[in-house]
Design a protein around this ligand. Structure first.
Ligand SMILES: [Zn+2]
Length: 176
Protein backbone atom coordinates (compact mmCIF):
# COMPACT_ATOMS: atom_id res chain seq x y z
CA UNK A 1 0.00 0.00 0.00
CA UNK A 2 2.87 2.31 0.96
CA UNK A 3 4.49 1.77 -2.44
CA UNK A 4 1.24 2.01 -4.33
CA UNK A 5 0.31 5.40 -2.84
CA UNK A 6 3.75 6.82 -3.60
CA UNK A 7 3.60 5.42 -7.11
CA UNK A 8 0.17 6.91 -7.83
CA UNK A 9 1.31 10.28 -6.47
CA UNK A 10 4.51 10.16 -8.50
CA UNK A 11 2.79 9.43 -11.79
CA UNK A 12 0.15 12.15 -11.25
CA UNK A 13 2.85 14.61 -10.13
CA UNK A 14 4.98 13.88 -13.20
CA UNK A 15 2.00 14.33 -15.54
CA UNK A 16 1.03 17.67 -13.99
CA UNK A 17 4.58 18.95 -13.46
CA UNK A 18 5.62 18.81 -17.10
CA UNK A 19 3.26 21.60 -18.20
CA UNK A 20 2.31 23.22 -14.88
CA UNK A 21 4.68 26.20 -15.16
CA UNK A 22 2.87 27.44 -18.27
CA UNK A 23 -0.42 27.69 -16.36
CA UNK A 24 0.55 31.37 -16.17
CA UNK A 25 -0.66 31.73 -19.78
CA UNK A 26 -4.24 31.40 -18.54
CA UNK A 27 -4.13 34.33 -16.12
CA UNK A 28 -4.48 38.07 -16.82
CA UNK A 29 -1.01 39.39 -17.70
CA UNK A 30 -0.97 41.99 -14.90
CA UNK A 31 -1.35 39.13 -12.41
CA UNK A 32 0.67 36.26 -13.87
CA UNK A 33 2.49 37.24 -17.03
CA UNK A 34 3.82 34.29 -19.06
CA UNK A 35 7.02 33.04 -17.46
CA UNK A 36 5.87 34.33 -14.13
CA UNK A 37 8.42 34.24 -11.30
CA UNK A 38 5.87 32.24 -9.29
CA UNK A 39 5.48 29.32 -11.73
CA UNK A 40 8.92 29.31 -13.42
CA UNK A 41 11.16 28.92 -10.39
CA UNK A 42 11.66 27.22 -7.07
CA UNK A 43 8.63 28.59 -5.17
CA UNK A 44 6.02 25.90 -6.03
CA UNK A 45 8.50 22.98 -5.53
CA UNK A 46 9.49 24.44 -2.12
CA UNK A 47 5.82 24.80 -1.20
CA UNK A 48 5.17 21.16 -2.13
CA UNK A 49 8.26 20.05 -0.18
CA UNK A 50 6.95 21.91 2.89
CA UNK A 51 3.52 20.27 2.58
CA UNK A 52 5.21 16.85 2.26
CA UNK A 53 7.32 17.45 5.37
CA UNK A 54 4.37 18.74 7.38
CA UNK A 55 1.88 16.04 6.41
CA UNK A 56 4.19 13.02 5.90
CA UNK A 57 1.57 11.63 3.49
CA UNK A 58 3.08 9.16 1.00
CA UNK A 59 0.76 10.19 -1.82
CA UNK A 60 1.93 13.81 -1.47
CA UNK A 61 5.58 12.77 -1.19
CA UNK A 62 5.25 10.83 -4.44
CA UNK A 63 3.42 13.73 -6.08
CA UNK A 64 6.15 16.16 -5.03
CA UNK A 65 8.94 13.96 -6.44
CA UNK A 66 7.12 13.48 -9.77
CA UNK A 67 6.18 17.15 -10.02
CA UNK A 68 9.67 18.39 -9.20
CA UNK A 69 11.35 16.08 -11.71
CA UNK A 70 9.19 16.99 -14.70
CA UNK A 71 9.06 20.65 -13.61
CA UNK A 72 12.87 20.57 -13.80
CA UNK A 73 12.60 19.12 -17.32
CA UNK A 74 10.18 21.90 -18.34
CA UNK A 75 12.48 24.59 -16.94
CA UNK A 76 15.50 22.98 -18.67
CA UNK A 77 13.78 23.54 -22.01
CA UNK A 78 12.79 27.09 -20.98
CA UNK A 79 16.47 27.82 -20.42
CA UNK A 80 17.05 27.82 -24.19
CA UNK A 81 14.67 30.29 -25.83
CA UNK A 82 15.31 31.60 -29.35
CA UNK A 83 16.30 34.89 -27.74
CA UNK A 84 16.26 36.35 -24.24
CA UNK A 85 13.51 38.91 -24.67
CA UNK A 86 9.73 39.25 -24.43
CA UNK A 87 8.05 36.09 -23.19
CA UNK A 88 11.40 34.36 -22.64
CA UNK A 89 12.07 36.60 -19.63
CA UNK A 90 10.85 35.96 -16.10
CA UNK A 91 8.10 38.38 -15.14
CA UNK A 92 7.13 39.75 -11.75
CA UNK A 93 3.54 40.75 -12.47
CA UNK A 94 3.95 42.93 -15.57
CA UNK A 95 7.65 43.74 -15.14
CA UNK A 96 10.30 41.63 -16.81
CA UNK A 97 13.60 40.72 -15.18
CA UNK A 98 16.83 41.28 -17.15
CA UNK A 99 18.07 38.24 -19.16
CA UNK A 100 20.79 37.25 -16.65
CA UNK A 101 18.37 37.40 -13.71
CA UNK A 102 15.78 35.41 -15.70
CA UNK A 103 18.39 32.76 -16.52
CA UNK A 104 19.48 32.56 -12.88
CA UNK A 105 15.89 32.31 -11.63
CA UNK A 106 15.07 29.43 -14.00
CA UNK A 107 18.38 27.67 -13.23
CA UNK A 108 17.72 27.96 -9.50
CA UNK A 109 14.26 26.47 -10.12
CA UNK A 110 15.81 23.43 -11.84
CA UNK A 111 18.42 22.98 -9.12
CA UNK A 112 15.98 23.26 -6.20
CA UNK A 113 13.42 20.98 -7.91
CA UNK A 114 16.01 18.25 -8.39
CA UNK A 115 17.41 18.72 -4.88
CA UNK A 116 13.92 18.24 -3.40
CA UNK A 117 13.22 15.13 -5.51
CA UNK A 118 16.56 13.65 -4.46
CA UNK A 119 16.02 14.38 -0.76
CA UNK A 120 12.52 12.87 -0.82
CA UNK A 121 13.63 9.53 -2.29
CA UNK A 122 12.95 6.71 0.16
CA UNK A 123 13.36 3.50 -1.83
CA UNK A 124 14.46 1.96 -5.09
CA UNK A 125 11.00 2.26 -6.65
CA UNK A 126 11.18 6.07 -6.27
CA UNK A 127 14.36 6.04 -8.34
CA UNK A 128 12.91 3.83 -11.08
CA UNK A 129 9.77 5.93 -11.44
CA UNK A 130 11.88 9.09 -11.36
CA UNK A 131 13.89 7.80 -14.31
CA UNK A 132 10.60 7.03 -16.08
CA UNK A 133 9.39 10.58 -15.33
CA UNK A 134 12.58 12.06 -16.81
CA UNK A 135 12.15 10.03 -20.02
CA UNK A 136 8.45 10.98 -20.18
CA UNK A 137 9.28 14.67 -19.58
CA UNK A 138 11.91 14.81 -22.31
CA UNK A 139 9.65 12.96 -24.76
CA UNK A 140 6.99 15.69 -24.36
CA UNK A 141 9.35 18.46 -25.56
CA UNK A 142 11.69 16.33 -27.68
CA UNK A 143 10.57 18.09 -30.88
CA UNK A 144 12.32 21.23 -29.61
CA UNK A 145 15.70 19.42 -29.59
CA UNK A 146 16.84 17.76 -26.39
CA UNK A 147 20.64 18.15 -26.26
CA UNK A 148 21.04 21.54 -24.60
CA UNK A 149 18.13 21.00 -22.17
CA UNK A 150 19.51 17.53 -21.36
CA UNK A 151 22.95 18.99 -20.60
CA UNK A 152 21.33 21.66 -18.38
CA UNK A 153 19.19 19.04 -16.64
CA UNK A 154 21.96 16.56 -15.90
CA UNK A 155 24.46 19.24 -14.91
CA UNK A 156 21.84 20.53 -12.45
CA UNK A 157 21.26 16.97 -11.20
CA UNK A 158 24.97 16.59 -10.44
CA UNK A 159 25.00 19.98 -8.70
CA UNK A 160 21.87 19.06 -6.72
CA UNK A 161 23.39 15.78 -5.48
CA UNK A 162 26.64 17.61 -4.61
CA UNK A 163 24.69 20.31 -2.75
CA UNK A 164 22.74 17.64 -0.87
CA UNK A 165 25.90 15.87 0.30
CA UNK A 166 27.26 19.24 1.44
CA UNK A 167 24.18 20.65 3.20
CA UNK A 168 22.20 17.48 4.05
CA UNK A 169 24.89 14.83 4.71
CA UNK A 170 22.39 12.38 6.24
CA UNK A 171 20.63 12.16 2.85
CA UNK A 172 23.69 10.56 1.27
CA UNK A 173 23.88 7.90 4.01
CA UNK A 174 20.30 6.64 3.81
CA UNK A 175 19.59 3.12 2.61
CA UNK A 176 17.43 3.24 -0.52
ZN1 LIG B 1 7.47 27.48 -19.40
Amino acid sequence: MYYLLTLIGLVIGAKIGIKFADIDRHFPEWLLHHRAFLTHGAIIPMLLASITTLTQIQLIRGFTIGFCVTNAVHLSFDLFPKSWRGYALIHVFDWSLPPVASWLWISLGILVSLLIAYILWRNFLDIIVTVGSIIFGFSVYAHEGIWFPAIAFFTSAILAVSAASLFFPSVGNRKL
